[in-house]
Design a protein around this ligand. Sequence first.
Ligand code: 4UV
Length: 542
Amino acid sequence: KYSTTVREENVLVSPFTDVEIPDLPFTKYIFDSQEKYGGHTALVDGITGVSYTHDEVRSLCMKLGSALTRLDITQGDIVAIVLPNCPEFAFTFLGGVSIGACVTTINCTYTAEEIAHQLANSGASAVVTNKVLLPKIKDACKTYKGIRHIIVSGHAEENLLSMEDLLKDDSKAFPQNVQINPAKDVAVLPYSSGTTGLPKGVMLTHRNLVANLQQVQHPDISCVIPTSDTYQEVYLGILPFFHIYGMIPCLAYSLCSGGSIVTLPTFDPKVFISSMKKYKVTFLHTVPPIINFMTHNEHVQRDLLSITHHVACGAAPVGSTLIFEFFKKFGDDISFQEGYGMTESSPVTHLTPKDNLVVGSTGMLIPNTYAKIVDINTGQSMGPDEGKGELCIRGPQVMKGYYRNEDATKNTIDKDGWLHTGDIARMDENENIFIVDRLKELIKVKGLQVAPAELEDLIRKHPDVADVAVIGLPDVRAGEVPRAYVVPVPGSSITDQAIAEFVEREVAPHKKLTGGVHFTDCIPKSATGKILRRELKAAALA
Ligand code: 4UV
């Protein structure tokens, strides 16, 4: 429709010099980096205080890789991890990927049904979990029969495999000659609903992940103080490792840059505050609800950040007002950085440059990355200050595609390699990006994804429901919350509470209909039957 020159005219190029992307498997990249930091602490279990050095982490990952190999888990197998943040998550994650298997990470607050769905969709052959979550996994395995091994951390039952035993492996079965093609082979398979529909497996190759780690280490962007004999960054691993933000910018970055990461399984305000102090956290990754909590909670005092030199925030809009309030409370000498990206881009595409925060902007393109802002009606790419449009991204961190879903892949990555983010952005004259709206259906609750289509499919199963639409509404604490509009079947006396409870029983807590259930006569739809969510949202906000 548009000539190449026109299409390419308004392509934005990163202002930073390109970085080199080593042609290495993801885990070799991490393990090689770790060699430099051998005796430094790498992982600390924030609850038990048990810690591991970088040398120990590498060795335990290889033991796990060897043990998985003995279990006949090999290149191409899918290993599912259903664990809260803990050192064992890292051992399994890197151990599995290092032998050429692909790891799919599952939200550990999911119900058995939700877990079964991801296990089945990914075709997982092994699952790693802990004692507490085991009953849910067993239930999930009644629905999905493809699991050959369940590995349990924390004293397994006799007939199951114990993580502790696997970690005693002598490493001798670790496959030395596994051939990984970094550009083609998929290392991790996190799930995302993308711009529409149900959650899909996002195929991130070894190269995608190595690229993103290299890109964010560019000296004009990275706020990390290098590890030395006298200094080491201490990160708080509070964002879930199953989500791309916790997995790559937090966990993997810490490991490859010689940091120490303290793992916490859930966000508990008291434990968060005490761990910040106890472990002397220097570098804090957050999502907007954590910034909101720190800014407005009376138990959080200014001195909580006395050791912390940097706070990063991303995964959802943080808002200028909150940032200014945050600075007012904690002082504006703290370095604050906002990041933007998606699971489909490994995740980072934009970061605010070091010492150059433009409040409200999610920053500039990171190295080796290109962007354009496309008019949603004409498809024409626009220049700075020409208005808002859909943000599209090209770069080495863009996923290979959605797993076993060519249609969704084609609808998201166009033939020229542009990833259509489904986010509406504008740009200022200095090429800072501002995310101003979301074109896609996605709802973000505390930075985590909720796919309206998934909740609609579930609610439609209720015998009293004739039709339904789910939208996200703004919420001070969670960022957004899901609300359902329901058309009851004629003559039904179903209550809003009954529907909310029906949903609550079937989904993870962050997907609950906290935004309420509203009854209506009809759901607004386009001529092709697509739910007009924007109309519902506009009416709700009006
Ligand atoms: O797929 P996902 O769940 O991925 C993420 C990624 C979080 C990141 C990425 C890069 C960082 O440097 C970082 O600190 C955190 O959450 O959801 C992707 C969608 O989340 C919204 C946007 O709608 C994406 O398409 N989103 C992510 N970051 C921002 C954001 C942001 N800074 N501001 C507004 N919306």
